[in-house]
Ligand binder design. Structure first.
Ligand SMILES: [Zn+2]
Length: 161
């Protein structure tokens, strides 16, 4: 597309589609020391881990290995199971698919507050009345055999009735 051309699909500016079925990635991606352990716990034990800085009285979710406020190293003993429940901190409705096509029903993305952190994820099994700030929600995990060690191992968060 030339610089003065306009496109009518907003998705066209966001990714490159070379026509391959798979993008030829030659590097190995790592989630880092904290990310790897965080995702392994989700995958293997259905647990969401946070890391606690006692000095700052903060529990980070997802867990990390340093406190971003005081730069304290958060050792393994500072990692805690924060449970699988949180509250809706914010949400947004998606009226288009990733390809820019209209959705029949809008999807809902939520920022879920767990301890002092946020996880961005889908909301599922909800009605319009559930869309409110501070609504309690719970993680719904995929079956163990379908998990891959990523945030998608949580299928979605759903309101606690
Ligand atoms: Zn700290």
């Amino acid at each position: 597309m030339a610089i003065m051309e306009r496109n009518s699909r907003n998705i066209d500016n966001r990714y490159w589609n070379p026509g391959f079925k798979a993008f030829p990635v030659k590097n190995v991606y790592t989630a880092g020391a904290a990310g790897q352990r965080f995702f392994e716990e989700i995958k293997n034990n259905s647990k969401i881990l946070g890391s606690r800085c006692e000095k700052c009285e903060l529990t980070y979710v997802p867990a990390r290995i340093y406190c971003e406020r005081c730069f304290n190293r958060l050792e393994e003993k500072n990692w805690i199971d924060v449970g699988t429940e949180g509250t809706i901190y914010s949400y947004t409705l998606l009226f288009q698919t990733q390809n820019g096509e209209p959705r029949e029903n809008p999807a809902v993305m939520v920022a879920v507050r767990i301890a002092d952190g946020l996880l961005i994820h889908r909301l599922g099994e909800f009605s319009a009345a559930d869309l409110e700030i501070d609504k309690p929600v719970k993680a719904k995990f995929k079956p163990k055999e379908k998990r891959k060690g990523c945030i998608e191992d949580i299928d979605y968060f759903k309101p606690i009735k």
